[in-house]
Design a protein around this ligand. Structure first.
Ligand code: S3P
Length: 172
């Protein structure tokens, strides 16, 4: 069994994923980090030099590989949900959890992590966040459940996630 985290940029998929993996003694995999490692450059650079389509292709290949794993917490990039094949593969062995955060807080977090989100390098990033969120709404709803991470209390979020995961496992 795997646990898969999906959700918009800066909703805490990496931090929550790492904490969950530690708690459950599972491996932690971050698809963006894997892509950066394989390519030897940052996601921003990949977007800049190769474009989004190329990045999505790399993402699909990495997801194909990691979705075969067992006992892993897998954090995905915010747009991984857009490709049907990605979700089908991740779901085969995975409980899918969506993290969500209020747009204003997403903006704050992205500002702090300057230059890491090529899709939000726009004159009006808040407007862009809201537009993308609207488009992706139905995709993020594919999760088994959603957890709000606007108030970022990692310990409490982990506790709530674990309760929900246990319920799903018990019912299956
Ligand atoms: C993207 C999210 C990013 C990264 C890339 C594209 C997206 O990952 O994969 O910049 O389309 O939402 P995070 O969700 O980890 O920021």
């Amino acid at each position: 069994m795997n646990i898969v985290l999906i959700g918009f940029m800066a909703t805490g998929k990496t931090i929550i994923g790492k904490a969950l993996a530690r708690e459950l003694k599972m491996d932690f995999i971050d698809t963006d980090s894997l892509i950066e490692m394989n390519e030897g450059k940052s996601i921003s650079k990949i977007f800049e030099e190769e474009g989004e389509t190329y990045f999505r292709d790399l993402e699909k290949k990495v997801i194909r590989k990691v979705s075969r794993k067992n006992n892993a917490v897998i954090s995905t990039g915010g747009g991984a949900v857009l490709i049907k094949e990605n979700m089908e593969r991740l779901r085969q062995k995975g409980i899918i959890i969506c993290l969500k955060t209020r747009p204003e807080i997403i903006l704050e977090r992205v500002k702090q992590q300057k230059g890491t989100r090529p899709l939000l390098k726009k004159p009006e990033p808040l407007k862009e966040i809201k537009t993308i969120l609207k488009i992706r709404g139905p995709y993020y709803k594919q999760a088994d459940f959603t957890m709000d991470t606007s108030d970022f209390e990692v310990g409490r979020i982990i506790e709530k996630i674990l309760k929900k995961v246990m319920n799903i496992l018990r019912a299956s």
